[in-house]
Design a protein around this ligand. Structure first.
Ligand SMILES: Nc1ncnc2c1ncn2[C@@H]1O[C@H](COP(=O)(O)OP(=O)(O)OP(=O)(O)O)[C@@H](O)[C@H]1O
Ligand SMILES: [Mg+2]
Length: 231
């Protein structure tokens, strides 16, 4: 029997294999053979110029859209091109959208509870989870406020809470601090890192901010439709 001192490689939770994606009937070729492996518990920054396809890749990894060619697997389950992965993904993947996609006329509490209803979470468990997340993000005093009354930083923190309500093991965050000033951005990002570390969540985050990217465990660059990883 052989023994090894090396720690075992963590399980693969996200896998993109030779993924191609274009828009407008092929006129806009965005992803041209992307390969990506995401390991459990790591934090990955996805960088690259505007329009290079960062949001497109996150949408594919989250099952919000399908590749033209290639395969995506989440927790070792392949997403079928015309399948409906939403039920699976409601429980396993949280998404923070680039434009946060909160419903302005509803309160913070209502926005965060919506995904828990969709996932069939018990009401008490959902409220307890909301209390825990809003305590951690300093939002508990704003539970009854409509989104339109919240500041940019409060909205981004709300979007983070909403994405984490169902305790996903994977968080895909698309410029989660993109619209914030430097100090608010750093504060929201600190919270994000703290929560994913505490809960052992795998984070893949698209960002233009090199300072934030440098604080992730791994940096990948999207260029010319594929991924490059500095070693
Ligand atoms: N639904 C769509 N229909 C047509 N073109 C699209 C669509 N979504 C994205 N695109 C185009 O695909 C390219 C990649 O867009 P994407 O949003 O993935 O880039 P990005 O890297 O996230 O950019 P940014 O940093 O500005 O957010 C862009 O040229 C964009 O205009
Ligand atoms: Mg984008």
């Amino acid at each position: 029997m052989t023994t090894s001192n090396r720690s075992p490689t963590p399980p693969i939770v996200l896998l993109a294999t030779d993924v191609w994606k274009s828009y407008d009937d092929g006129a806009i070729a965005v992803l041209r053979g992307v390969n990506f492996t995401g390991f459990q518990g790591e934090t990955v920054a996805l960088c690259g110029p505007s329009g290079c396809g960062k949001s497109t890749l996150l949408h594919l990894l989250g099952g919000l859209d399908s590749p033209d060619i290639g395969r995506i697997a989440v927790n070792s389950r392949e997403l079928k091109p015309f399948g409906n992965p939403l039920h699976l993904l409601r429980h396993e993947v949280g998404f923070v959208f680039q434009l946060h996609n909160l419903i302005p006329d509803l309160t913070l509490e209502e926005n965060c509870l919506i995904p828990t209803v969709a996932a069939g979470l018990d009401r008490k468990a959902a409220r307890d989870r909301l209390r825990e997340l809003t305590d951690r993000t300093g939002l508990s005093h704003r539970l009854g406020s409509k989104i339109q009354k919240l500041s940019g930083g409060e909205r981004q923190r709300t979007a983070l809470c909403r994405a984490l309500m169902n305790k996903p093991r994977i968080l895909l965050a698309d410029e989660p601090t993109g619209s914030l000033d430097e100090s608010t951005s750093a504060m929201v990002f600190d919270l994000l890192l703290e929560i994913v570390a505490n809960e052992g969540v795998t984070l893949v985050m698209a960002t233009h901010d090199r300072t934030l990217a440098a604080r992730c465990g791994r940096l990948i660059e999207m260029r010319d439709g594929s991924i490059h990883e500095p070693f």
